[in-house]
Structure formats: structure tokens, C-alpha cells
Design a protein. Structure first.
Length: 572
């Protein structure tokens, strides 16, 4: 069972952790992980330590972003301090040692597992080797996002004095670009390595997780490393590499932006709607959208329980998020009946297609007419003339996991990478029309010719003709929407910036509350400057705040200094 496994695994196999309070060597130097059971238990033991930081990452990513506010009745002082960038030394969410416990376990495994062992012409521990390297890279990436420049080591620390020396050594520190460079080189040889399958693990009396979802797809993690490094160094080739990696994963795994997870109105008076988007988070029905997760237990009998639903229940959507949702345009296409002026809307079973046959979420017949209403259907059903606080409804104790990757994340990061690689119209095509050969020919001829000239592959989804505009997940028939435009810009650089403004809003509409927001803003701000992040946080409670008023905003002034984006690395 999952709970019994992780309960034991914290202490089995690899247990060298950064918070050890002893000066003795934890393992002798000849302690080798040479049995299959050793490595399996060790990998799951590392996952048990990852659980300790997973929920924390979500809180740090959302409370410090622009999409979340605390409910008026919340009395959680620690959450208030996080949101206001006040006292950030409290150990509830500032515990860098837990991240180094993961790293030290990974280092021990990689130093002591017999990765040369061959049985049946196969390297026995190659899959586990790849898993552990990925978790180590992921953990260092989190440290760089949360703390900035951090102590860096790749050998196991077996005594307290070893730990103290490394943590106090200022010469061994690395920042985001250096960390990404190291792990790009470290992970590249494992891009095609198949990940292990330990079967299913129970997290309650009648539900299970597939263990294959416990691991980070290396192709996606590499894409993230290139995306972050390119954002810091402005190396355009990094964005090309990131886009290629994301594209290849989506293509190989047959993910698409089809109608499957679109929320759609089904009546002209906006009184009814349908869609499966919400099932991604609180139902087993959205499993094909989820790529990898960090699992928890439903109750303590099965292991570490999931506290995030309780924490996030104290939060709701910010004023800034409500403004964004309400100001989004939902576009209908429909037909006007011959018998009356009333619009009729009928769900179409055919997806967006080629230039020869453009089809929509709703069928267009006689009297091709468009109709708009305000509101994006992803975060909540918008009803004309009413507003309500947006609830945080993406976490449930009945589905206890933190998502590390889902397909939407990758589509949006692909868009981001394509845009920064220098192709804003192609990126916009993904959001509005869907990436297909037909749509590129019809809407993106100029950039398509450039992509063909350099033999790029990251735009080409071959025979896929079901990809529709990603924005249609909440805003209706975006291919028909004449209001949703990139617009002519003075230069390609201006088009890239305009595209990023649209994209950061799309990230908000699709991924709000999932733990990425502050880090997404940070990554964009590496490219666009401090104002990009600081202005959005300053406006989170007052979206009408004018640029001329920002200098009088204390949070804006604080966040114009990049040092204040990071938690202090303090002993606590």
C-alpha cells in the first residue's frame, strides 16, 4: 500500500538528510545500493521527502502572486506576511533544509547505486538513475526560484560538519542560469530513458495512484531548464530548444487542444453551460490531462495527508483576477432561425480543422452571426449582471495530490517559448486558432515560411486537425472572435511583448491557484524588467491603479528590487 510504503521509505534505503543532528558518518563508504529492492525503496523514499515541499511550493507560488487574496475572515498571520512580503523568516513556509534533504538523498543514491549492473542485457537501475537525477534537478530549480543564489553540491554529505561547511561556503553558490546549465548537461543523456513502473499504490481504502505518474518526464524538465535559462540570459536558442522539447513531448504523447476540456455555453441566454474543464482537478475523469503528480494520502492510515485544501480554503480570487475574468470576451457563433430572430446554438461534434473546412465549437449555418458576452468560463460560470468572489476549487482531500505537470502547462510554455524564439504570430495562432498545418497556412503564412526556411519542427503537429485555439477553453469560438487579436505592432519585438501580455493573462485564466503564478511572473520579468512583476502585484487588490500612482505604492517599490523576490535563507 502507498501509505505503508512511504511510511517506511522515509527511513529505508537513503536517509542521509540535511537536518541530521549528529557528527557521525551515516553510512560507511562501501554501502552500495545493489539490490532491486534497495533502489526501489530509495526512489520512493526520495518521493516521501518531496511530499514535504510540494504543498509549500503551491502556497509560495500563489500567495505571493497577483491572483489570490485572503478571505476577510482569515486570521492566518503567516499567510498575511507571505502575501505582503513582510516577515518571511517563519519556518512554516521557509525551510530550505527540506529541499536539501531531497538533494542529499539524491546525491547519496547517485553515488552509491550500482548503475553499471546488467541483467538480461539491460542496465538494472538505469530508470531509477534517471528518476533521481530529475528530482535533484527539479529541487535545485525550486531553490533557485525561491531563494535566488543557493549552495550547490552534488556529493552526499554524511556528517553534520560536512553540511555546515558546505552551507557556509560562499564560493560554491549558484544562481538560476548556472543551475540550469549544469542540469541540462546532466539530464540530456536520459531524454529517452523509460521511467519505471512500480504498479499502483493505494491512498485510501478504495482508490489508487498509478506509480508512473510519480516521476518527472525528463523532456519536460529539460524544456523548463532551457526556458528559465533563456529568460535569464536572453539566449534565443534556449527558447528554440525549450519549444522543441515541449512540442516533441506533446506530439509523442498525443496531447491536443481539442474540445475535450472546453467549457461552453449551450443556451443563448447564458443560463446553461457544459464542459469537462473542472474535472481535471477534482475528478478521475481529467486523468489524461494530468501528466505527473506528487501524491498524498486521503487519511493518516495511508501516509502523509493532504493539507493544501484546508490552507487554500482561506483564499479566494483577487480583485485583479476577477477583473480579468469579467473583462474576457466569450464569443458565440450560431445561426439565426428563419422563423424568428432568436439565436439557436448547437454543439458541433466536429473540431477546428483545415482552411478548406473551418469548423467551430458551434455550427454556423444561414445568417452567420456572432454574439459576445463577458466572462471566461474556466474559473467560474459568469452570469450577466452578477459578480461573486472566485473560489479556490482546484484542490480536494478526496483527490490528494499536487500536480507537477499537466498538458495545459506544456501548451502554454510551448507558446511562451515559440514567442520568445522570435515567432509571435505563430504563438498567437496556438492561442486563437490551434496549431495545425492548415491553420498555419491560413493565418501565419509569413512566419511559416521563415520556420520552413530554418527547418524548425516545434510548430508542426503533422496530421493533427483537432487542435483548436487554447483560449477557447473558456472563451468560446475564438477562431471567429474579431475582438481577440494580436494586432499590428511597430516591430517584431513589440509583437513579442504584446503576445506576452496576452499570454500572462492566459496563464492566469488556465492555471490560477496551482502554485505557478509568482514564478511565471518572475520568469517573464527576467525578460521584461521588474515593472512587469511589481506593477501586477501592486494592482492585485485594485486593478484600476494607474501607472502614475505606482510610485506611491509600497509593495510596488519593494518589488522593484529583485532581491525582495526571494525568501531569506535563514536558520529557523
Amino acid at each position: 500500500m502507498f501509505g505503508k510504503a512511504l511510511g517506511l521509505l522515509i527511513f529505508t534505503g537513503v536517509t542521509a538528510s540535511c537536518d541530521v543532528e549528529t557528527s557521525t558518518v551515516m553510512f560507511s563508504e562501501d554501502h552500495t545500493l545493489s539490490e532491486t529492492s534497495d533502489t526501489v525503496f530509495s526512489v520512493l523514499g526520495i518521493l516521501a521527502k518531496v511530499q514535504k515541499v510540494a504543498e509549500r511550493n503551491v502556497v509560495l507560488g500563489e500567495l505571493r502572486g497577483d491572483l489570490v487574496t485572503l478571505k476577510p475572515e482569515s486570521t492566518n498571520h503567516v499567510l498575511t506576511e507571505l502575501r505582503e512580503f513582510g516577515d518571511l523568516t517563519d519556518s512554516t513556509y521557509n525551510r530550505y533544509r527540506d529541499y536539501y534533504a531531497i538533494i542529499n538523498n539524491c546525491n547519496y543514491f547517485l553515488s552509491h547505486a550500482d548503475t553499471t549492473m546488467v541483467r538480461g542485457n539491460k542496465k538494472v537501475f538505469e530508470k531509477e538513475n534517471a528518476v533521481v537525477r530529475a528530482w535533484r534537478a527539479w529541487t535545485y530549480l525550486q531553490l533557485a526560484k525561491i531563494y535566488g543564489t543557493v549552495p550547490f553540491y552534488t556529493t552526499p554529505l554524511l556528517t553534520y560538519s560536512d553540511i555546515k561547511n558546505v552551507m557556509n561556503d560562499q564560493s560554491n553558490r549558484k544562481g538560476m542560469a548556472e543551475i540550469c546549465t549544469y542540469f541540462i548537461q546532466d539530464l540530456r543523456p536520459f531524454t529517452e530513458t523509460e521511467l519505471p513502473d512500480y504498479g499502483e499504490f493505494s491512498y485510501s481504502s478504495n482508490a489508487t495512484f498509478d506509480s508512473k505518474m510519480f516521476y518527472l518526464p525528463i523532456r519536460l524538465l529539460l524544456g523548463d531548464l532551457y526556458l528559465w535559462r533563456g529568460s535569464v540570459t536572453s539566449d534565443q536558442q534556449d527558447f528554440v530548444e525549450a519549444a522543441t522539447l515541449y512540442h516533441d513531448y506533446l506530439l509523442n504523447q498525443e496531447h491536443s487542444t481539442s474540445v475535450s476540456y472546453c467549457n461552453q455555453y449551450t443556451s443563448a441566454d447564458y443560463s446553461s453551460w457544459t464542459g469537462q474543464w473542472n474535472s481535471i482537478f477534482r475528478s478521475i475523469d481529467g486523468a489524461d490531462e494530468r501528466i505527473s503528480i506528487i501524491p498524498f494520502a486521503e487519511n493518516s492510515n495511508y501516509g502523509l495527508t493532504f493539507q493544501l485544501p484546508v490552507t487554500m480554503s482561506q483564499c479566494q480570487g483577487s480583485a485583479s483576477l476577477e477583473t480579468l475574468v469579467n473583462s474576457s470576451n466569450y464569443c458565440f457563433t450560431g445561426y439565426q432561425s428563419n422563423a424568428s430572430d432568436r439565436f439557436e446554438y448547437i454543439a458541433d461534434t466536429t473540431y477546428y480543422g483545415s482552411p478548406e473546412k473551418a469548423v467551430y465549437l458551434y455550427a454556423v449555418t444561414t445568417g452567420n452571426r456572432l454574439q459576445y458576452t463577458h466572462g471566461d468560463l474556466r474559473l467560474y460560470q459568469h452570469s450577466t449582471g452578477t459578480t461573486s468572489a472566485i473560489p479556490v476549487s482546484k484542490f480536494s482531500a478526496g483527490f490528494p495530490f499536487v500536480t507537477t505537470y499537466r498538458a495545459a502547462d506544456i501548451w502554454l510554455r510551448l507558446t511562451e517559448a515559440i514567442n520568445r524564439a522570435g515567432y509571435p504570430q505563430t504563438a498567437f495562432t496556438l492561442l486563437k486558432y490551434g496549431l495545425s498545418r492548415g491553420n498555419l497556412v491560413k493565418y501565419d503564412a509569413a512566419e511559416l515560411s521563415e520556420l520552413l526556411a530554418i527547418n524548425a519542427s516545434f510548430y508542426d503537429f503533422k496530421d493533427n486537425n483537432i487542435n483548436l485555439g487554447f483560449h477557447a477553453r473558456g472563451c468560446g469560438s475564438t477562431e471567429s472572435d474579431t475582438l481577440y487579436v494580436l494586432g499590428p505592432q511597430a516591430s517584431r519585438a513589440d509583437s513579442i511583448a504584446r503576445m506576452e501580455d496576452l499570454l500572462i493573462d492566459e496563464y492566469a485564466l488556465e492555471t490560477a491557484f496551482e502554485g505557478n503564478r509568482f514564478f511565471d511572473l518572475m520568469r517573464f520579468a527576467f525578460r521584461r524588467g521588474e515593472h512587469f512583476l511589481a506593477s501586477r502585484l501592486a494592482r492585485r487588490d485594485n486593478s484600476a491603479l494607474q501607472d502614475s500612482e505606482l510610485n506611491g505604492n509600497s509593495l510596488y517599490q519593494k518589488l522593484m528590487n529583485r532581491n525582495n523576490w526571494y525568501l531569506p535563507m535563514v536558520e529557523n
